[in-house]
Write a protein of this length. Structure first.
Lengths: 150, 247
C-alpha cells in the first residue's frame, strides 16, 4: 500500500523567490516550501499515520496533509524534487534507522521517498526552468513540475 | 577534599559545541564527562548534578532541529531525563540543546522554527534577564550580551497568547532586547516551573572572557575580575546553585 503525507510550516510565510535564483526574474514572485513523504508499507494504516505524526510532524508549528494533492493552493507551479534512487539520502536513512529501533511498530515500512515541494506564486509558468536550473542538481536529484490551475 | 559537582554533556551525531561547553563548566568548578547518546544508560546519570545538551546540528537537523535527537533519546532512555529533573537534577540546553529540550517536553510548550529572515544568523545580541532568581541567571545583570548562531531560533507557540503568558509567569527567563529572529515576545530562553531546566538560543560558552567580545575595551562592570565574560557568570551561577543545593 502507498500513502502520501505533506507537511507545511504554519508560521513561515511566503518569501521572495528571487532569493533562490542566481539572477532575479521580473516581478514579485514568492515561494513556500513543504515536505512530502511517499510511504510504501504493509500493515496497520493508523499505526503508520501515528508514526508519521510522531516522527515527522511538529504539532505546534506545522500542518499535516494526507493524500496526493498539493497541500497549498494558488501557486503558479510546484517544483518537486528529491534524491535519485541509489543516491545517499541521509535524512531518509536517519528516519529508517529510528524506525528499525521501534519494537512492534504495527506496520512494515517497505519504502520511503522524501520530496521537497517548492511552491512558487505570482510567476510565469515558464519560470520553472530557471528554478530547475538553479536548485536541482542533475547528479543527485530527480524532479517534476506541477503547473497550477491559473 | 572538596567534591566537585559532575556535569554530563550528551553528544549526538552532529553536536559540535560540547568541548568548549565542557571547558566553560570546568572553568567554574564542575567536572565533566561527554557521553555519546549511543552509550547513554540511566545509571550513567547516578551522582550527576547537571546534564547539558550543547549546541550543534544533531542528526543534521533532519526533519527539524532537535526532532531526531528527541526520538533517539526517548528510544534509548525513555523518561530518564524527566526522572533526573524530578530527582533534583539540573538540565541546560544551549542552541540545538534548547531545541532538543523543547522537543522532549522538558520546557514549556514551544517550537523553534526558521528565523523570519530565512537566513542563518551569526551575531551578538543584547539580552534582558527576566529571571534574576534563576539558578542560571542569578549572577547576571539586567542586561548583557551573548553571541547567537542559528537558523532555527524563532520561538513560536500554538497561540501567541501562550508566549505572552510565559512572560507573565516567568517561564520566559531571557528575552532579546530587539526583534532578532521573529521569536514570539522576543523570547530567547525558557525555564521550567522548577527553574532547574533552562534552555537558551544564545551561546554563553562563547563569551567566557573579554577576549571573546567584539569590543576590545569591554569590561563586565561587575567588580572582581572585569575580564570575565557574561558566559562565565551564567555557568558560575549554576555552579553556586548546584553546590548550595547539594550541601
Amino acid at each position: 500500500m502507498r500513502e502520501f503525507f505533506e507537511i507545511s510550516d504554519r508560521f513561515i510565510e511566503a518569501a521572495d523567490a528571487n532569493g533562490l535564483l542566481y539572477e532575479p526574474l521580473d516581478g514579485g514572485l514568492t515561494f513556500r516550501r513543504t515536505r512530502r513523504y511517499e510511504v510504501e508499507f504493509e500493515g496497520d494504516k493508523s499505526a503508520l499515520e501515528s508514526f508519521v505524526r510522531k516522527t515527522l510532524l511538529d504539532e505546534i508549528s506545522q500542518d499535516f496533509h494526507e493524500g496526493d494533492a498539493p497541500a497549498l493552493k494558488g501557486f503558479t507551479f510546484v517544483l518537486e524534487y528529491g534524491m535519485k534512487p541509489g543516491a545517499l539520502d541521509l535524512e531518509k536513512e536517519a528516519i529508517l534507522t529510528y524506525y528499525r529501533g521501534i519494537k512492534d511498530p504495527g506496520f512494515e515500512l517497505k519504502d520511503l521517498k522524501i520530496r521537497q515541494q517548492l511552491y512558487v506564486f505570482d510567476a510565469k509558468a515558464t519560470d520553472s526552468d530557471r528554478f530547475i536550473r538553479d536548485i536541482c542538481n542533475g547528479a543527485i536529484h530527480n524532479w517534476s513540475v506541477i503547473q497550477g490551475a491559473n | 577534599m572538596e567534591e566537585r559537582p559532575c556535569a554530563v554533556l550528551l553528544k549526538f551525531p552532529g553536536t559540535n559545541c560540547d568541548e568548549e561547553t565542557a571547558r566553560a563548566l570546568e572553568a567554574v568548578g564542575f567536572v565533566t564527562e561527554v557521553i555519546p547518546i549511543s552509550v547513554l544508560k540511566p545509571e550513567k546519570l547516578v551522582g550527576v548534578s547537571l546534564v547539558v545538551l550543547s549546541g550543534g546540528f544533531s542528526y543534521g537537523d533532519y526533519v527539524m532541529a532537535g526532532r531526531l535527537a528527541r526520538l533517539v533519546t526517548e528510544q534509548k532512555v525513555g523518561e530518564t531525563l524527566k526522572e533526573f529533573r524530578d530527582n533534583g537534577g539540573y538540565l541546560l540546553g544551549i542552541c540545538n540543546g534548547f531545541q532538543i529540550l523543547t522537543q522532549l517536553d522538558l520546557l514549556p510548550a514551544g517550537s523553534l522554527v526558521e528565523n523570519t529572515s530565512g537566513r542563518f544568523q551569526c551575531q551578538w545580541v543584547t539580552l534582558k534577564n527576566r529571571a534574576p532568581e534563576s539558578p542560571f541567571l542569578s549572577g547576571l545583570p539586567e542586561s548583557f550580551e551573548f553571541p547567537i548562531a542559528h537558523a532555527e531560533g524563532r520561538l513560536v507557540t500554538t497561540e501567541s497568547s501562550e508566549a505572552a503568558g510565559y512572560l507573565e509567569s516567568g517561564a520566559a527567563a531571557l528575552t532579546y532586547s530587539t526583534d532578532v529572529n521573529g521569536s514570539f515576545e522576543q523570547i530567547a530562553g525558557l525555564q521550567d516551573e522548577s527553574g532547574r531546566v533552562f534552555g537558551l538560543m544564545p551561546h554563553p560558552e562563547r563569551f567566557m572572557s573579554q577576549e571573546d567580545h567584539y569590543d576590545p575595551d569591554w569590561s563586565n562592570g561587575q567588580g572582581g575580575d572585569e575580564t570575565r565574560g557574561s558566559g562565565y557568570y551564567l555557568f558560575r551561577s549554576l555552579y553556586d546553585s548546584v553546590t548550595s543545593t547539594s550541601e
